[in-house]
Every structure is written in structure tokens, then in C-alpha cells.
Design a protein around this ligand. Structure first.
Ligand SMILES: Nc1ncnc2c1ncn2[C@@H]1O[C@H](COP(=O)(O)OP(=O)(O)O)[C@@H](O)[C@H]1O
Ligand SMILES: [Mg+2]
Length: 336
């Protein structure tokens, strides 16, 4: 689904709202009263599940074949190389949106995996209105998916599935590993599934808020958030990001930040980042990105100065929680 969609706050009571909707979310109170429901409480409400059994790199990254068997790749580079060079065995359209990217079945050396091929590439340099396009310099492009993946990895966020550039049927596009067994947040709400640990879930959503503010994502709707059975939040469909806007979409939503993300944002080497993103972003888009990064850090530093670090920074350590009630897996297994 494209274009901004208004999610009734009531529907998402208890979940941190993302993007322009976050404006409704009040910042936590000055005095250390219990954090309002729409913000992750800084002290973990429940002890997150301890480190589970050690699993392969691919399993930890949710890279599996269509049957759910972890792929034999031990690094991002191996995964990206497969996405770029594997043969396309079949292709189907993925519903649920406007651009309807294609789901490819890729194969190489007997290894099979599904991937998403996006080739949308629309740009308008004059102000346009209607249909979620009311922007100056509207751009909807496949090229932003690998840019979002690369930037997320530089910031220690490993929940944008790996994506890279490739041609398919002589069309330029980007290809991204397909996360098997996942459901969209839209499905989660429709089926009233409850995260087993609300606070840990909110922490993930807040990290997405910070990332979306940085990349000026104008399209984080419920179809662009997917959830795996371990309640990991995955960010997909970044075709409407990296705007040339040199302001933050809206100040108020960023009222907390995960500590490691804050540290990585502060330490981000601009020269190195420009080098890693130059194949995807124009100079205007890169300049705007680093202006927003500065504004984000100023916002967080101001909050820390006003409220104290403990009211603003929180820790998120990923441990797969034990699922309760109807699982995402059961839901994902049900045909739509
Ligand atoms: N990498 C992925 N892994 C798993 N599911 C995906 C992935 N990318 C897209 N999808 C599924 O396909 C749907 C449409 O893809 P999306 O990129 O959002 O297309 P559109 O541009 O039409 O909104 C998503 O809502 C999600 O259900
Ligand atoms: Mg989408």
C-alpha cells in the first residue's frame, strides 16, 4: 500500500507510532513517573529471554530457503553475491501494494532462496499533489532499498533484509532476500496478535522511528513492517525515503533512542558513509541525510540535557522471546 495512511491511534494503543503519526505521541513526563504506555519503559518490564542456542549466521539473520532451511552463507557479502548472481528460476507478483514487486525464486549451485525484485523508478521535479505524492521532488525508487540496507548496517541495525542492485529481464532494479515465515504488521493487527513482550517490541519500533526520521521515510505503513515468529521487527520497502528535506519530519516522535544506535549515529564516519552510499544517492540526498543526522543528534542531546540520559537512552539486546498465544508462525502458515 503506497501513500501515507492514517492509522487510528486507538488501534495502536500501546504501540509507538511511526513517522508523521508519531506527532500524536506525548513525550515521557519530566519527573520519573511510569513511562506513558506509548513509550518503551526504560527498565525492562520482564527479563528478556537469555541467549538461546548458538545458531548459524544465516539462521540468526533469518536467511532461509523456501522450506525454512538456513542458507549456507556465513557473511553479508556471500548473501549479496548470491542475490546478484543467482539464476532466476521463477517469478510471481507480490500483492498488497501499488508497485507490486516481483518475488523471484533464485538458484545457484543447488542453493535456492526467494528474493524480492523491485524496479519502480518514478521521479517528478515539480510539486505534485494527491495519491500520497504531495511533495516537491517526489521520488519512488528501487535504488533506495540497498541504500537503506547499507546505512542500517553502518548504524548497527541489522533488520533491513540485505538488498543490492541487479538487472532482471533487462530491467534495472534492486533485489532483496525474502524473509520466510513473516507477516506484515497489518496482518498482526488484523489478527490481534500480541507481542509476548510489549516493552521489547516498543523498543524495536522506537529504533525504527529514529531510522525513519534519519532517512525521511514518508511511507512506513503497516505493509512495510514485517514480523518473524520470534517477534523480530523487519523494515522493508524503502522506495520513498532519502528525501532532499533538510528538516526532520516531525520533532516530537523522537523522544528516546537506543543507546548503541545513538552511539553509532554519533560515530558515523561521513566520508566512509558517502562512499558506501554513492551508488544509490545523489549529492542532494546525501547532503540532506547528513543535515538530518545532525538535527537528530541535536534533538537527542537536547533531551538528554533536559531530562537526563536515563530518561532518553535505553538498551535493547536482541534475544528471541518465547512466543505466547497464537504465534506469528501459525499466522504466516495460513494462506491469505
Ligand atoms: N524482503 C521481504 N521479505 C518478506 N516479505 C516481503 C519482503 N519485501 C516485501 N514483502 C512482502 O511483499 C509486500 C509488498 O512489498 P512492498 O515492497 O511493500 O511493495 P509495494 O511497493 O507494492 O508496497 C509487503 O507488504 C510484504 O508482505
Ligand atoms: Mg510496501
Amino acid at each position: 500500500m503506497k501513500g501515507s495512511c492514517r492509522i487510528p491511534a486507538t488501534l495502536l494503543a500501546g504501540l509507538v507510532l511511526s513517522g508523521p503519526l508519531a506527532a500524536q505521541a506525548p513525550a515521557p513526563a519530566e519527573t520519573p513517573v511510569p513511562a506513558p504506555t506509548n513509550a518503551p519503559s526504560l527498565a525492562p518490564a520482564t527479563t528478556p529471554a537469555g541467549p538461546g542456542p548458538t545458531v548459524s549466521y544465516a539462521a540468526a539473520r533469518h536467511w532461509t530457503d523456501p522450506q525454512g532451511k538456513p542458507l549456507p552463507f556465513g557473511s553479508e557479502a556471500e548473501m549479496l553475491d548470491f542475490l546478484r548472481t543467482a539464476d532466476v528460476v521463477s517469478a510471481t507478483r507480490l500483492g498488497g501494494g501499488i508497485n507490486n514487486p516481483r518475488k523471484l525464486l533464485l538458484e545457484k549451485n543447488g542453493v535456492q532462496a526467494s528474493a524480492v525484485f523491485r524496479d519502480v523508478n518514478e521521479e517528478k521535479n515539480t510539486p505534485t499533489f494527491g495519491g500520497g505524492r504531495n511533495e516537491l521532488f517526489f521520488k519512488d525508487s528501487y535504488i533506495f532499498e540497498p541504500a537503506a540496507y547499507e546505512l542500517a548496517m553502518m548504524l548497527g541495525l541489522d533488520n533491513v533484509p540485505p538488498a543490492t542492485l541487479r538487472k532482471y529481464e533487462r530491467t534495472s532494479g534492486s533485489v532483496q532476500i525474502f524473509i520466510e515465515n513473516a507477516i506484515t504488521e497489518r496482518r498482526e493487527l488484523e489478527e490481534h496478535l500480541q507481542p509476548p513482550d510489549e516493552q521489547e517490541w516498543k523498543k524495536q519500533v522506537q529504533m525504527m522511528n529514529v531510522f525513519d526520521a534519519l532517512i525521511y521515510n514518508v511511507d512506513r505503513n503497516r505493509g512495510n513492517i514485517i514480523i518473524t515468529p520470534d517477534w523480530r521487527l523487519w523494515m522493508i520497502d524503502h522506495s520513498r525515503t532519502f528525501r532532499r528535506n533538510t528538516d526532520l519530519q516531525s520533532q516530537s516522535p523522537i523522544n528516546q533512542c537506543e543507546r548503541q544506535l545513538y552511539a553509532k549515529l554519533k560515530a558515523l564516519d561521513e566520508k566512509e558513509a558517502r562512499k558506501r552510499l554513492k551508488d544509490y544517492l545523489t549529492t542532494f540526498e546525501l547532503d540532506a541525510l547528513f543535515t538530518r543526522r545532525k538535527l537528530l543528534l541535536e534533538r537527542i542531546d537536547k533531551l538528554i540535557a533536559e531530562k537526563g540520559e536515563n530518561q532518553v537512552l535505553y538498551d535493547f539486546v536482541w534475544y528471541a522471546p518465547k512466543t505466547v498465544g497464537k504465534s506469528v508462525e501459525e499466522s504466516a502458515a495460513q494462506p491469505r
